[in-house]
Design a protein around this ligand. Structure first.
Ligand SMILES: [Zn+2]
Length: 417
């Protein structure tokens, strides 16, 4: 399956998810979108797959088999993700949980592997687990099976096929699929350059996504609507994931080990608490900022913006001190200079705040704008050669800022006959 970077529990990707159970200390959750997949799978199995696979059984039996098959698919995806997660944990990466959603499963983790070897083993764990499970199901099928296929071995046979398909599909060398991660790890180990390795693997992911989209459209035009739509959507998802993962890697490389103090604008323009609103307005025109920090003896006491000034009668501007109209800064707007720049960027993406006040030893010593971080990022993307799509680099990172660090694995595709 795939893995992708998730921030704060993958809140961006999943809207309605529930916690099902806990296994090896890892929460397993279900996103509401999975129910749509399950319904499609049950319907396809009962209506087409099982009557063909095990002919001559009753209608009701097929529905029962279909329900068992869908449950087995669920367990198979959890098994696959659990393999990724447990290997990740061995490499010291904290696991936030596993979530099943319409396109398969996601193992959310708190970091990326630090070595090519770690990346390789984590990536291979899922497909390997699926292959083993396929073997077990195959053996079960042989053990149960008589001359004619019945309900039980019909289901185990289906699960053998589906687990084999899970292993194979996820091994396609298109980042962020497992196979793409294997490719990345190999290139990384070979050339020692994770950025270049990620760019190539993500480029392959991008092309693969495009191919899925094209095949999907062809499918839809030739009448296979469900299967075609599925390919199309997965293709869109793969392309988005490939690009986001690449940007995420560049961001992490650019900002890892870099502190807020190193990238902030030092000695920011601030207003003394006793300065008048008129002085604030002068500042707005002179420096082209809409908001200024307000300080008293060097300490940050709040901020004042055009909104607050507009609420005051113009005739009072020269006499009212900004301290009177300043609003306090929220905790998440204030950062420590020693904080990791990546953590600051993550905080901005999560909260939507575009400017942070840097306070050290009780004094305001700088400001950190999202724009500054993105410019640095965009410079690095340029220096690195070429982004996948360079034109929109900064905005894409800022706006959509998808969760970092998850591993996605593609699940089953309904509508296969
Ligand atoms: Zn996987």
């Amino acid at each position: 399956m795939w893995r992708r970077p998730a921030r704060a529990g993958g809140g961006v990707l999943f809207s309605h998810r529930i916690r099902l159970f806990r296994l090896f200390g890892i929460d397993v959750r279900l996103d509401a979108s999975w129910l749509l997949l399950a319904a499609l799978v049950v319907w396809t199995l009962a209506d087409g797959v099982f009557p063909e696979l095990a002919p001559g059984l009753g209608r009701q039996t097929y529905w029962g088999m279909a329900a068992a098959g869908a449950a087995g698919l669920f367990a198979s995806i959890v098994f696959h993700e659990m393999a990724h997660a447990l290997v990740a944990r061995r490499f010291g990466i904290a696991i936030r949980g596993i979530t099943l959603f319409i396109f398969g499963g996601v193992a959310e983790m708190d970091g990326e592997p630090k070595s090519a070897r770690g990346e390789l083993l984590m990536a291979l764990a899922g497909p390997l687990a699926s292959t083993v499970l396929a073997g077990v199901m195959l053996a079960l099928t042989a053990a149960i099976g008589g001359t004619e296929r019945g309900a039980a071995d019909g289901v185990t046979w289906y699960l053998a096929i589906i687990n084999g398909a899970l292993a194979l599909f996820n091994l396609i060398p298109a980042f962020p699929l497992d196979g793409g991660r294997v490719l990345r790890a190999a290139l990384w180990a070979w050339q020692g350059d994770i950025l270049k390795a990620t760019r190539i693997a993500a480029g392959a992911g991008n092309l693969f996504g495009l191919a899925l989209i094209v095949f999907g459209v062809v499918d839809i035009l030739s009448g296979n609507f469900v299967g075609g739509m599925w390919r199309f959507l997965i293709g869109m998802f793969v392309r988005g994931a490939a690009e986001t993962s690449y940007r995420q890697t560049v961001a992490e490389r650019s900002f890892s080990g870099v502190s807020v103090a190193q990238v902030m604008t030092p000695d920011p323009i601030a207003l003394a608490a006793e300065a008048s609103v008129a002085e604030f307005v002068d500042h707005v025109y002179r420096y082209h900022h809409r908001v200024f920090p307000v300080i008293r003896n060097g300490a940050l006491v709040g901020q004042v913006g055009t909104q607050q000034a507009a609420a005051i009668d113009r005739s009072l501007w020269p006499s009212v001190p900004v301290a009177e109209i300043a609003v306090p800064c929220r905790d998440e707007e204030v950062v420590d200079p020693a904080l990791d720049a990546m953590a600051a960027l993550t905080r901005m993406q999560r909260s939507g705040i575009t400017r942070l006040f840097v306070v050290g030893k009780g004094r305001l010593i700088g400001v950190l704008g999202l724009r500054d971080l993105l410019e640095l990022l965009s410079t690095n993307l340029d220096l690195d050669g070429a982004g996948i799509r360079r034109s929109s680099s900064a905005d894409a990172t800022a706006g959509r800022g998808r969760p970092a660090r998850w591993r996605w694995s593609a699940g089953s595709r309904p509508g296969t006959r």
